[in-house]
Design a protein around this ligand. Sequence first.
Ligand code: MEV
Length: 309
Amino acid sequence: MNFTSETHGKIILMGEHAVVYGQPAITIPLLNLNTQVEVQPSLQAADYLDSTYYCGPLAQVPPSLEGMAALINLLIKDLPIESHLKIKVLSDLPIERGMGSSAATGSAICKALFAFANTHLTYEDLLHYTNFSEKIIHGTPSGVDAVTVNASQPIYYIRPDRISTFNMNLQGILVIIDSGMRGNTGAAVHDLRILKQHRPQLVEPLLQELGSLSQQTKQAVSSNQLPRLGQLFQRAQQILQTLQVSNHQLDILCQRTQAAGSLGTKITGGGRGGCLISLAADQTTAQHIKTAALSAGAQQVWLQPLTNY
Ligand code: MEV
């Protein structure tokens, strides 16, 4: 018998990196981009993984999938599962782009294996197992990705467990731009920690300011202040540049989106590659931003309306 589960992606609107240090972050679930996991008994004498990036025995996954394999092994140990498994992972989410692909995969694996084992899954367990693989992949995750991929509304999050949902009332379009460069969240978080140790007077006030930008973002998105949100994006991007988690190509993409009429553009997620988010007042501007980003080397662009979120 087959057991299938699905988990969607996420975007951090504000507060990435600062959220690791206890500042608030604002995130939205990306309800149309999903990772799907299908589990069935394996016909072979070993657990087997079938994914876009690797097909073969679970015991031989490449290093980039070790977090996922460790999670599967833990779940097989913790759950009443007798047979070997074939686990198929299909995803709309590009990996290492700050869109929550690793958390969505971890969460979908967890849900599918619990269903296969006919065992009730609590929300706490879902977060626990999702964060288990996130720790292997990213080192010291704040937990915001695990929370957001399992939410259906915008989230205001302070680690470890202050989670509140709210509704957005924003007449605008979020243009999500995949730079085509893989980001490395673990490395970016690690390097920022070193920078913070060496230059606390520079880094600590900026992390606090990012936290304050998250609070202002919540106000702006709750009261339909689109131009204000654009300004907040701009300031966040300046800070993230100073914290060295942007890079030259991302900065160029920011400039091009600006010239195409964006109200503000910033990285989303770990940075050093991955995605940018850019704010458009209407569909026409969003299309201009999309065209500008693609002609400046972006790989993929999604338009996410922010109304009725
Ligand atoms: C990752 O999506 C966002 C970071 O803030 C890291 C984290 O919160 O774990 C960079």
